[in-house]
Design a protein around this ligand. Structure first.
Ligand code: TRP
Length: 467
């Protein structure tokens, strides 16, 4: 038995644990930290609608593609692509897609860990009651953390990634599955509690209007003037984010699905993950905007500092505020943790199969490398704030580059591979036979996704980097 075959013998114990792990991967900082501030920056409900369209026409179909490729390939991402390509008489060079995905995971985890570190910093400071006693102090805490306190950035980045590595060391059953079985139900409870709390706030109705009553001019107008460039860039942000939030494009789901038992239905699983992930993003958005609209001193377009400043400020004058704050930042950290596991898993599996080493040395090696690269992001707003790429701080550039370049390109390749390279024979088997569900998927990955991604990509990147 080859080494890579051995990787897939560590299987998920049931459909439920797979769904918990895959949803744990999908639900992360992207939902709770990033989605709300993106809605604020890109025009509210119209952006939400655009994002939902991207999820339905591109995100979920490509999620299905990754599950098919992973389960049929059954090996580490690169080998899965190569093996399947060979079976279809195509070039094993398709392995590049899996490799590029794992390399991208490496890059994403390097900055994801820094923001994950902020969530632990806020959790710890909520417990010790030291985020700030008034509005000014709260804002100060965030600005000091970002711009001055480089030691805290490094320490919490290190702590975050070490905790991720500890779980990945245990592998699928003894590591990832164990953590998600406890954490995911807890996260669900916290979220529901947050939504119930939001519904009691005076800003709840305004939040619903802001999130669900679209004003389409917001997508394409810049200071009152129509702009194709803005439309392209906003659409690309929605598209890129639909990949990011579902964890598709980087073969994370290929790696996870290579441990997926044969009898699990891929269409149902993909739909469940997609619905849960979207629900969490919408609930987080409604909760955070209820808070923002209940307090006149807060604004929706606060950017990446949104949750770190609004949440503590909103909870200042509430009797049980401190506890709510602790619970919120615990949620943020847990969500980030279960996502980060999935970003470490593909690089670890690749190290295992390429270097022919065991899981423990592979995890230590990859974690150390990613940690070291992550230092650039940890220092990007303070010690290295002078260093910019395309006029952006290192962390911002890496995050934008992921959403706007890496994810669209790898996502496009996954769509083409599953729609044009893999034959109908193999894909119908994985998708439970020929029927409406199959036809919908196939039209999305063969036609809609490739055309949409290419057009949006050209328009959006042009605006981002050239103009
Ligand atoms: N989906 C996660 C989030 O929303 C981030 C993430 C985890 C991810 N694994 C990924 C993004 C793989 C892209 C690819 O926070």
């Amino acid at each position: 038995m080859s080494y890579s075959k051995k990787i897939s013998t560590d299987q998920w114990s049931s459909r439920l644990t797979f769904i918990l792990a895959a949803t744990g991967s999908a639900v992360g900082l992207g939902n709770i930290w990033k989605f709300p501030y993106m809605v604020g920056e890109n025009g509210g409900a119209a952006f939400v609608l655009l994002y939902l369209v991207c999820i339905a026409l591109v995100g979920i179909p490509i999620l299905k593609s990754e599950l098919i490729i992973g389960r049929r390939g059954g090996q580490s991402p690169g080998e899965s692509f190569a093996g399947l390509a060979r079976k279809e008489d195509s070039s094993p060079k398709w392995a590049v897609v899996g490799w590029a995905g794992a390399l991208s995971c490496f890059i994403v985890l390097s900055f994801y860990s820094v923001i994950g570190g902020w969530s632990i910093f806020y959790f710890v400071n909520a417990v010790t009651h030291s985020i700030g006693a008034d509005q000014e102090a709260v804002t100060n805490t965030f600005n000091t953390l970002i711009a001055k306190d480089w030691q805290a950035n490094v320490i919490y980045h290190t702590l975050f990634i070490v905790l991720v590595a500890v779980v990945v060391l245990g592998g699928i059953r003894k590591g990832i599955e164990r953590l998600v079985s406890v954490v995911m139900p807890a996260m669900l409870l916290i979220l529901i509690g947050l939504l119930v709390y939001a519904a009691t706030l005076p800003g709840f109705y305004d939040a619903l209007t802001y999130m669900f009553n679209p004003d389409f001019t917001a997508l394409a107008y810049n200071n009152g003037e129509f702009s194709w460039g803005r439309l392209g860039q906003v659409t690309l942000s929605a598209l890129g984010h639909s990949f990011f939030t579902l964890s598709v494009g980087f073969s994370v789901m290929v790696a996870y699905a290579s441990h997926l038992p044969k009898n699990v239905s891929i269409p149902n699983t993909a739909l469940t993950i997609g619905i849960l992930d979207t629900a969490v993003a919408l609930i987080a958005g409604v909760a955070i905007y209820s808070i923002v609209f209940s307090d006149a001193s807060l604004t929706p377009n606060a950017g990446p500092g949104l949750v770190f400043m609004t949440i503590p400020q909103a909870f200042l004058n509430i009797p049980a505020g401190q506890y709510l704050e602790i619970i919120f930042f615990l949620l943020l950290w847990l969500a980030a943790w279960t996502s980060a596991l999935s970003l470490l898993e593909p690089p670890v599996e690749i190290a295992m199969s390429v270097l022919k080493i065991k899981r423990v040395p592979a995890t230590i090696l990859m974690t150390t490398l990613i940690w070291a690269v992550g230092l650039l992001s940890a220092l990007s707003y303070n010690e290295l704030s002078e260093v910019t790429i395309a006029d952006e701080a290192i962390l911002d550039f890496l995050s934008n580059f992921t959403d706007k370049v890496l994810l669209p390109i790898t996502g496009l390749l996954v769509a083409i591979f599953s729609g044009w390279v893999m034959g109908m024979n193999s894909t119908t088997k994985e998708l439970g036979g020929y029927g409406p569900v199959y036809i919908y998927w196939r039209i999305c990955v063969r036609i809609i996704a490739p055309i949409a991604i290419s057009m949006i990509f050209v328009a959006g990147v042009n605006e981002w980097l050239v103009s």
